[in-house]
Write a protein that binds this ligand. Structure first.
Ligand code: HEC
Length: 177
């Protein structure tokens, strides 16, 4: 009984092995003529969806994010912004308006800066909440904005940036509760 069983097992194993080898040979015979003309990586749909997921994920509540935010990390995270914005007190307009003291400042209020119509029409002051949403994806949040920055999808980095912006003020605006 024992021997027969293990013989069966061995046969089954060999059979599977052969079938796998045969499949390999067949499939390469079938598929090799269809090599893609353009070399490159085609990501499986699942991976693409996974990569796109963080941007679509809803954000945690801002007060909770701000409570854990780190202004030093935020200063570092503004490196991409610095290509277009000055963060220094009394700093000049560059591609974008200077951002020292931007929290609590009326939207589109730097004199002489050629804001887009959409920002000029926004009204109100920049709050933590508004900046948090705006820099996530400027073109989506304010279609027509001149800020051609693709956006920072990481909510923690955006909260860190806000914590840094809080320090850039003579009268820092308290975080929302
Ligand atoms: C490619 C250049 C560019 C980059 C990078 C960029 N910005 Fe801007 N930003 C602009 C421009 C241009 C405007 C004016 C937008 C308009 O008028 O529609 C602007 C406007 C703003 C405003 C509104 C200011 C005001 O006076 O009303 C804020 C806040 C802001 N940017 C924050 C950021 C932050 C934070 C980052 C980095 C995470 C960043 N920007 C990255 C170009 C840029």
């Amino acid at each position: 009984m024992e021997t027969t069983n293990s013989n069966k097992l061995a046969l089954a194993f060999l059979g599977t092995l052969l079938a796998t080898m045969a499949l390999g040979i067949f499939s390469s015979a079938i598929f090799s003529p269809h090599k893609p003309i353009k070399a490159g990586y085609e990501l499986p749909a699942a991976e693409v969806a996974a990569a796109a997921a963080p941007a679509a994920a809803p954000d945690d509540p801002l007060p909770a994010l701000l409570a854990k935010a780190d202004p030093a990390k935020g200063a570092n995270d503004t490196k991409p912004c610095q290509a277009c914005h000055s963060f220094d007190k009394g700093g000049p307009a560059k591609v974008g308006p200077p951002l020292y003291g931007v929290v609590g400042r009326p939207v589109a209020s730097i004199a002489g800066f050629a804001y887009s119509d959409v920002l000029k029409g926004m009204g109100g002051d920049w709050t933590y909440d508004k900046i948090f949403t705006f820099i996530k994806s400027p073109k989506t949040m304010e279609p027509g904005t001149k800020m051609t920055f693709p956006g920072e999808s990481d909510e923690h980095k955006r909260a860190d940036i806000l914590a840094y912006l809080q320090t850039l003020s003579d009268n820092p605006v308290p975080f929302p509760k």
